[in-house]
Design a protein around this ligand. Sequence first.
Ligand SMILES: [Zn+2]
Length: 315
Amino acid sequence: MPNFRSVDFHCDVLWKLLEDRSLSFEQDHTGKLDVTLPRLRQAGAVLQTFAIYVPERMEKSMVPILHSIDLFHRKILSVPDMTFVRSSADAARLMNRSKIGAMLSLEGADGLHGDLAMLRILFLLGVRVVGLTWNHANWGADGVMEPRGGGLTKKGRAFVEECDRLGILLDVSHLSDRAFWDLAQFAPRPRIASHSNARSLCAHPRNLADDQIAALIQQGGMIGVTFVPQFVKAIGESEIADVLRHVEKICELGGEKQLMFGSDFDGIESYVRNLNHPGELHKLQNALLARYSEEMVGRFFAGNALQFLVKHLPG
Ligand SMILES: [Zn+2]
């Protein structure tokens, strides 16, 4: 398809840049990066979300978060092909321009320690999507791998309220089930699962149960089908055909206009076969075109996510 456009709601290339300051997003000669400028070009990318992820062994403070934002500016936004997306108007312009939008998300708010001033500062710096936890527990909530499975703390609730007030979108992808439902109890705000699949097809705790997906959809939220092979298929090698099963399931649950992709490229060490980096997205697209209309595939790849952001990012 000549006008292939794509949006990816989650990648971890910023984490790799944080770990190894010599790496280049613009032209990677090491083969260490999945998401690079040439590959985003191959993918017809209109928007890439860049997650700030601070590994557990690093200091739980604002420092590594701010270092990631510094790297985002110096190594990604400094490339003339890229443009910062912070507002509804920024998102609205993307479809008709040659630049690739770059959005900032925070994967795990451990380093904020519930300090709402830090959250407001991150908003000023352009962070527009926040996942309260990574896999484990922090001051705000339990992550999905925390055995006790707790929900939101009092500080976590205040944090959610401030995100809602500011217009920061909340990402439920790593939350415990209890925290997911706690979040759903707030005034019905659309939430995002930036990189999660259907648990009814692949029983991994990082995936969402059908009732969770239905609740996300009902509240007007979005789900980003992810290419983490262990979240695609429980046993055996994951194939593009297995990714399609998750797309089908989400459509079956009523989410055909709320489905997008969140690759998790650069956050994974193994890959769905033939889906190793953004430059191979056309293979997934071709597989989808065999089953869905061109219009629908266009929605899955870009239209749904852009429409959502135009509607829900701050003005
Ligand atoms: Zn993740």
